[in-house]
Design a binder for this molecule. Structure first.
Ligand SMILES: Nc1nc2c(ncn2[C@@H]2O[C@H](COP(=O)(O)OP(=O)(O)OP(=O)(O)O)[C@@H](O)[C@H]2O)c(=O)[nH]1
Ligand SMILES: [Mg+2]
Length: 313
């Protein structure tokens, strides 16, 4: 395999092949020093916005992602997509048969798609997605993370996205019940998919507005889209851009990303040195300007200590 790009400019100029290689390294050797340095460089140079696109299986997330990618490319904005595939779904369900693949033009350097399996061990979706999104947001105007979620797992996307879009399936009230019950974190934008179905979609949109009016804080925008006909896509993109602008204006983006970084660090450390190891570190772990190197150093330190104490026993 060709070596990893030596620095961020090399990654940026290396095109999709260099990014694909870097993401493979992230999956196989996440603590390789060259990779850690790239992650920290990307961390220090955020450019784009990370959009989490979530919702129940089969709601139309991938079809919508395709439509959003096309709409963004038409505006000359670059976009990378991470399609997270929870490993529990690998065995498949009835819905997997008609899953849509996210497809982009291989010649188009401004659109990139990567599927990633969420290793449902200790951490969740964010375990692998967060560092991947950090890399991509340094290179692209937009990063879209597609992940399946209803209820609990839905909140995981908030651990790696700047803005969360929740997709609602016409004719299924589940998600709305979750929202009403407060099980689900309130998304920034709600999109009712498959608007071409007509009345059930209109009903779902009305129900969503009703459910969200009960939530604390400002109610998110609710829009209806049909990725099949293209209806509502420009409006959905407008709502997303407005949500993004609000987040930037609030100045809360850096703080949110800092929280995500710490959550990722904990999850990563618990995975590599165990909960006990992490608890031993607690209090001494500070994340500075190079958090990926900090995490790597901390886990190395605890591993060395463990080796040493075993030898002494
Ligand atoms: N009528 C209609 N069907 C749609 C629309 N968008 C998606 N579908 C259909 O819904 C099914 C699922 O679409 P996907 O885009 O794969 O849904 P998904 O949410 O990505 O599914 P998973 O990734 O498996 O959770 C496919 O059969 C699509 O053709 C739409 O706008 N209108
Ligand atoms: Mg999908």
């Amino acid at each position: 395999m060709k070596p990893l790009p030596g620095d961020l400019p090399a990654l940026a100029s290396g095109g999709k092949a260099a990014l694909a290689r870097t993401l493979s390294a992230l999956e196989t050797a996440p603590e390789a020093p060259g990779l850690v340095a790239l992650l920290d460089a990307a961390w220090a140079a955020p450019r784009g916005l990370v959009l989490g696109l979530t919702g129940p299986p089969g709601v139309g997330k991938s079809t919508l992602t395709n439509a959003l990618v096309a709409a963004l490319r038409a505006k000359a904005e670059s976009v990378a997509v991470i399609a997270v595939d929870p490993s529990s779904r690998r065995s498949g369900g009835a819905l997997l048969g008609d899953r849509t693949r996210i497809a982009t033009d291989p010649e188009d350097a401004g659109a990139f798609v990567r599927s990633m399996a969420a290793r449902r061990r200790l951490g969740g979706v964010a375990d692998i997605t967060f560092p991947a999104a950090v890399l991509m947001r340094a290179l692209f105007d937009w990063v879209i993370v597609e992940t399946v979620g209803v209820g609990q797992s839905e909140t995981e996307i908030a651990d790696c996205a700047d803005l969360v879009v929740f997709c609602v399936q016409p004719g299924s009230g589940d998600a709305l019940q979750f929202m009403k019950a407060g099980v689900m974190e309130v998304p920034d934008v709600v999109l009712v998919t498959k608007g071409d179905l007509g009345a059930p979609a209109a009903r779902a949109a009305a129900e969503a507005r009703g459910a969200l009016s009960l939530a604390a804080g400002a109610a998110p925008a609710v829009a209806t889209v049909s990725a099949r006909t293209g209806a509502g896509i420009p409006e959905a993109l407008e709502a997303i851009v407005a949500g993004a602008a609000l987040r930037r204006a609030e100045g809360s983006l850096a703080a949110r990303r800092g929280v995500q970084g710490r959550a990722w660090a904990e999850s990563r450390l618990v995975e590599s040195i165990g909960r006990t190891g992490f608890d031993l570190l607690a209090g001494t772990l500070t994340l500075g300007k190079a958090p990926f190197a900090d995490v790597s150093a901390a886990s190395g330190q605890v591993r060395r200590l463990l080796h040493q104490s075993f030898k002494e026993v």
